[in-house]
Design a protein around this ligand. Structure first.
Ligand code: COA
Length: 167
């Protein structure tokens, strides 16, 4: 089925929380595991509403039919001193990796950020996450630093890379 993209709406709250639990269990690359995020559907609904109303932020979904198969968050700031920089995060269901969905989410969020006046988009990625790093490099992100032992997962430490895209 063709993949479609749209902004997340408050009515997506429950499905999005379930999606995040699923992707949390599919890799150890995210800041959470199969437990997902510690929010109720009501809290998530309020959060999605606030994001929808924010000119500086957007949660973008990739859908296969009516099923969420990917999401990418772009977060700006209201602080005038930070307003030029945005942060980015992305995840796609494992069943759908390698089908250009990550790229589709990325190019749409970069276009949104440019329009919103962003000058730089930053992200954090596990240093051994070759697939994600290849995606980020493809869109021009460059590594500028490393945080050693950022994650401790089941007793094992993992570094993360900081990457920026200057628009
Ligand atoms: C990283 C992730 C978002 C990529 O999504 P995706 O839909 O598979 O990405 P795409 O199909 O658009 O591929 C993007 C690029 O990844 C790279 N890539 C694809 N398959 C790869 C592989 N097997 N090994 C290394 N790089 C690979 C390629 O550079 C590809 O671009 P190209 O096809 O134009 O050459 C997805 O794998 C994912 O959600 N992983 C788990 C969560 C995660 O790691 N999120 C990022 C946290 S920082």
């Amino acid at each position: 089925m063709e993949i479609t993209y749209r902004e997340a709406r408050p009515g997506d709250a429950q499905a999005l929380l379930e999606f995040l639990k699923a992707v949390g269990g599919e890799s150890d690359n995210l800041t959470f595991g199969s437990e997902g995020l510690p929010f109720s559907a009501e809290q998530e609904e309020a959060f999605l509403e606030s994001r929808q109303n924010s000119p500086h932020s957007r949660i973008l979904l990739a859908l296969d039919g009516d099923q969420i198969v990917g999401n990418a968050t772009l977060d700006g700031s209201d602080n005038p001193r930070f307003r030029h920089r945005y942060s980015f995060a992305i995840t796609v269901r494992k069943s759908h990796w390698g089908r250009q969905i990550g790229s589709g989410l990325m190019e749409r969020q970069i276009a949104f950020a440019k329009k919103a006046g962003a000058e730089v988009i930053g992200l954090e990625v596990r240093s051994d996450n070759d697939r994600a790093i290849a995606l980020y490099r493809k869109f021009g992100f460059e590594k500028y630093g490393t945080y050693p032992k950022f994650f401790k997962i089941n007793g094992e430490y993992f570094d993360i890379d900081y990457m920026n895209l200057y628009l």
